[in-house]
Each structure stands twice: as C-alpha cells, then as structure tokens.
Write a new protein. Sequence first.
Length: 481
Amino acid sequence: MSGHGSAGRQRTAALSGTVRAEELVALLGTWRVGPGSLGVSLASAMGNLIESGRLAPESRLPAQRALATSLGIARGTVNSAYDILAGAGYVTCEVGRGTHVNNSVRRSAHGHVQASSVPPGTSGILDLSVQSLQAATGVRDAIARLGREVMDPYLETGGYFACGLPVLRSAVARMLTDDGIPTQPDQILITSGAQQGLAIAARALTRHGDAVLVEDPTYRGALSTFGSIGTRAVGYPFDPDLSGLSLQAAAGARLLYCQPAVHSPTGRLMSEAGRAELARIVQHHGLMTIEDCSSRDLLMDGDRPASGLTGLVDPDLLVTIGTFSKVLWGGLRIGWIRGSARTIGLLSEVKATIDLATSVVDQLLVVDLVSDIAGARARRRDQLRSTMEAAVDLLGTYCPSWTSSPPDGGTGLWVDTGYNSVELAIHALEIGIHVAAGPSFSLSGGHTTHMRLPLGHPASRVEPALSRLAGVLASNRYLLA
C-alpha cells in the first residue's frame, strides 16, 4: 500500500541543525534488516528519514567516527553509507564542513544533472530517472533549413525580444486557437522551457511564506521551484475526479498549482467533472492558478491535446504553461505561457530579471516545426504507445508483481512495486541503475512503494535495467513493504 498526502498535510517535525549521533541512532531504530551490505542498509534507512522529512534539509549529520561508535559498527560502513547517499543526491560531503542533508532543490537538480551530463552507454549507469525523449522527426531537417535567408533579418537586431519573437508568439496563438483555445499573440510569453515558465509565474504570483496548493504526488520540479522562493506548499491527494480537495481546504491559499492536462508522474487526465469542480473552487476563492500543461501534446489516444481550465475560470485567475521540449526535443528550450494580456505584461517584467531573452535560433526552429504540430503529436503518440507496450511486457517478464495503470498520456509509467522504493532505489544505484522513487514526487513523503519508469526509451535500454532490478529484488526480499 502506498502512502498518500492529504489536504493541508505537510512534512512532520524533523531533526535539524547539527544532529548528534545518539539522536540519529534513536531515529534510525532497527535498521539492520535482512542480508546484504551494512553500508547499503544504513544508507537506505537514512534515505527514508530524509525523504520522510525526519532529517531536515541543511542539517549536519554526525561525524563518521561518532556515528560508527554509537551504532557499534566500523567507520568504513558509515563512510560507505554516506558515499551512497551523496551519489544519490541526498547529502553533500565537504572536507572541513562535514556532511549535510541536501534540500529538495539540490536533490532534484542532482538527478537532472546526472541524467543529462552522462552520455547513454558510456558511464555504466542505466538511467531510468528521467523522461527526456530523442529529437522528433523533422528537427534535423529544420536545423538544415535554418540558413542566412531566415537568420539575416534578426542578425540586424540586438537579438533581444523580451516577450519572444513576434512570429513565434503569433504561431503559438494560432496553434492554441486551432486547439479550441482562442488566443491572441499578446496573451503569449515565450520562455526558455516550461521550467523557466513555472519559475517566472511562481515568482510573479506569490510572496515569501504564501501557501501554495499542490497535488500529491506532483512534478518534482514544481516542489523545487516553490521551495526555492520560500513559499509554503500544502498538498492534497491527486485523483482525476478531484475528490481530495474541498472548498474549505483551499481557503487561505495564495496560489494553486495543478496539472489537469496529463498529470506528472501518474500520466492521468483530470476528468471533465474533476475540472469543473476545480474551476468551482478557483472561482469561489478567486484563487490564482498555474496550470502546467507541459504534456498536453502527449496523449495516448485522440488527435487534440488534453483540455485544461481555459473557459472554465476567470481569465485573470489563470496562467497556463506549455512547452515544445517534449513533443519536439528537449534540446529546444522553448516554452510558452498563456494568460490575460495584463498578466503577460507582469510576467514579462519578472522574466527580464531571470534572463533578457530566449534564444532566437531555437525560436526560429520552432516557428518552422510548429507548422506541422499535428504531425509531430501523432508521431510522438505512436512512439509512446509502442514503448509503453514494450515496457509493460518487460515488467511482466522481470517484475511480475509490480502493478500499473495504462497512462492517458505523458512520458512515464507510475508503477506500484509493492516495495520500499527509496530502499530499492539505493540498492539499485549500487548496481548501476538510477531510478526515481515515489517519495521524491510527494510533499508528504508518501507513495512509498511507487516508482516512475520512463517511456520513450528503447527496450534495449530498459530490459537490462529491469533485469538487474529483478536481481536486486531476488536477493533483498526484506525490502517488501
């Protein structure tokens, strides 16, 4: 059974500051469970404490010698555990400063950097923690077409277009209008990816200490973003029909962050009834809302993107975030924000404090590619359907007890392993596999048996990873939750 957050639930009180060895020993309780390396067992137990919030971000862990003495084990075992935790992004070890627990921002960044900086097949790490896809068909041709004739008019300018190239703002407005969301170019702000779009909107619409409602589980980058600006995230259980959020629970919140159009990490679509109820809550409280529609183009069925809240709430209360990085290529750092003209003006001022402008070259490539956005969506749909079927077949072969529901869209499969996924992830890292454990998507440290597996990767890359994971499970059955 997985852990779930509840409306208003936040992380429990934690040890913070300099943690004494005897305090950590008391918190660990019985941590030597089953056979295997003591270092891995200790790292697993400490990883669980960090994910559950019982070891606070930035707290300093005991010196290795002191902890080893208190636990009655060799110092080398503690050293091994700290090294494993550092490799997984949970802690930072620095000579002269000791070992400190990373906050969620640094943990999230760690996983992203590791995934993006190691070329596939060159490091021995099989990375199943990220969902990035290879470039879509047509990207290479678009790059080849981007010659002097296209670039020359822009080379005569300073290259700074604060809200984005007018031609791209118009193209995005046309795309959304064709999708059934009437949009004018002045309602669009071009960003350097959806993550920047979220950072801009969060900074513009909140103040330090404000309460922000978020789904649980949710996109890890959102938790990092809201944490980095000092807001107070409050979780409510995600489900497509919105049974976990009430009018009362939403009272007092400054902002709502939601994903009605393909939810990450579950891949589920919010139902029509769920969207209507969410809109009712937004309207009742006059609640500013960021709807993250980054995966709207990645539906498993249907020709049109997934629907959000546009048309259901006051336009001045709604900011919609989208991206071309998923349907086209992550290397094209082009996202967009849709809002009222007044809101876009505010957001453009905040964007100027983050960067002066988005890449002209990337924007021009997207102008070319968006002319066949329907074709790009269809090709991604076919790719993700195929890789999802392959992934489900491989799970049935190597991990038959794991369960999942077919996603409505997106690039991930939300799997219930039936095991403690943090411990499983740490053991997996020991044998060269990087996976994303459920608690990293949860404000409350819940979803403890879940794991997100990426779609879009070829079976030749996924199969050896699942084969190794099956070996971990076979030799560590005590992980069973």
